[in-house]
Design a protein around this ligand. Structure first.
Ligand code: HSE
Length: 409
């Protein structure tokens, strides 16, 4: 029998406990020995649960129990998760986590400690919820040089954008619903401001390209400024707006890493990824594009990935899985590169004839739509450097409000 512990009994933690405790046969079949949840750490009381006898409030009980070989950290946040995880690893216990903030901020250090102690530190659930993506990327795509990653990495924002456009729901109601469904973070600012997707692109880029990417190195924008009008405007060009995380290798060894609302053509497979679903495109030099798709948030899907990692740790108690990367460096991420891209511009103005002339002068034959009723000019530019777009958009600001979005076109 193997003893394990769970730190945290929130949305994901309760899912982990339920899978392990209510499906013992599945666990035993996988690891050829019974898996016993010895402790669940949480400061709250859960007296009515059938497994209420397992709850403890003191972390040291887990730390000092040598029978506990594998610990799941599903508390979220950096503190005290970082301290607890570090001490478990130093004590020779393998740790798995769904905590993307912890991995994005402290991953390189925790991986190094796990290596030194010959234990595992696994975090499949930290990206894409229930989607197997990290392990397949490292193992199944090992023959490739990975050159680019892009995808929908946050279930909450994807759910909100979808509810706004399909059900005409307002932003606040859609966010509330995402919270009720257990998709949103405790502080949903992390979802809607793009920080959650940022942490996930950090983890993907670190694993794919080999160096830690810190959240503050990623150019991050959320969806709080995206309105229904923007989405309807995108539709005029056959596009939807998605929050896209993107990372790419640059010649010379640096990378770019961004998270931002992006126009995606309705012909692109990502445009059909809706609700809580996530999809991650990974480009390998041998495979070309490979897409990973599934539920990116929620209790059961995320718990599924945590439990799978726990089982993997049990199967590899005396061997290390190779999911690692080196420390990051200050100038590794270069978001200043100014490759020509197509941009979407929405100009709102009471009077459209003068700005129409200006648009023609500035953007030549770029595709544009004039909507007199709504007082807006919508523009899909030819590929141009971002610096050039910003300069031209400045001239348009003389006529009204201007919104610029990136595109995947
Ligand atoms: N809040 C996250 C999301 C949970 O909505 O994707 C899964 O990481």
């Amino acid at each position: 029998m193997i003893n394990v512990a769970i730190m945290g009994h929130g949305v994901v933690g309760s899912g982990v406990a339920e899978i392990l405790i209510f499906h013992p046969d599945r666990m035993e079949k996988s690891v050829k020995t019974p898996v016993n949840v010895k402790y669940i750490l949480d400061l709250r009381d859960f007296d009515d649960l059938p497994y209420s006898d397992k709850f403890i409030k003191d972390f040291n009980i887990i730390l000092q129990d040598d029978e506990v070989k594998v610990v799941a950290e599903v508390m979220g946040g950096v503190n005290p998760a970082y301290d607890f995880v570090k001490r478990c690893l130093l004590a020779g216990k393998s740790v798995v986590t769904s905590n993307k903030e912890l991995v994005a901020v402290k991953g390189a250090e925790l991986i190094r400690i796990a290596k030194e102690k010959n234990v595992n530190f696994l975090f499949e659930a930290s990206v894409g919820g229930g989607i197997p993506v990290l392990r397949p990327m490292v193992q199944c795509l090992a023959a490739n040089e990975i050159t680019e990653i892009s995808g929908i990495l946050n279930g909450t924002t994807n759910y909100i954008l979808n509810k706004m456009i399909v059900d005409n729901m307002d932003f606040a109601s859609a966010l509330k619903l995402a919270g009720e469904k257990g998709y949103a973070e405790k502080d949903p600012t992390a979802d809607i401001e793009g920080h959650d997707a940022c942490r996930k692109i950090c983890i993907l880029a670190a694993l794919a390209f080999g160096k830690h990417v810190y959240p503050d190195q990623v150019k991050t924008e959320g969806i709080t400024d995206i309105t229904l009008e923007d989405m309807e405007a995108a539709d005029a060009f056959g596009c939807v707006i998605k929050l896209i995380g993107h990372a790419k290798k640059l010649p010379g060894g640096k990378i770019t890493a961004t998270v931002r609302p992006t126009l995606v053509s309705r012909d692109h497979i990502l445009s059909g990824v809706n609700g809580v679903f996530n999809a991650i495109f990974i480009t390998g030099d041998q495979t070309g594009d490979v897409m990973f798709y599934g539920k990116g948030a929620g209790k059961e899907a995320t718990a599924s990935a945590v439990v799978a990692d726990m089982l993997d740790c049990i199967k590899h108690l005396n061997a290390r899985k190779y999911l690692d990367w080196e420390d990051g460096v200050a100038d590794y991420v270069d978001n200043q590169n100014d490759q020509p891209q197509r941009f979407f511009i929405r100009l709102c103005s009471k009077e459209l004839s003068a700005p129409t002339q200006e648009v023609k002068t500035l953007f030549g034959n770029s595709c544009f739509v004039k909507n007199e009723d709504r007082g807006e000019i919508l523009l899909l530019t030819d590929p141009q450097p971002e610096s050039e777009i910003n300069r031209k958009a400045e001239a348009l600001r003389a006529y009204g409000e201007v919104k610029i979005l990136h595109t995947m076109l």
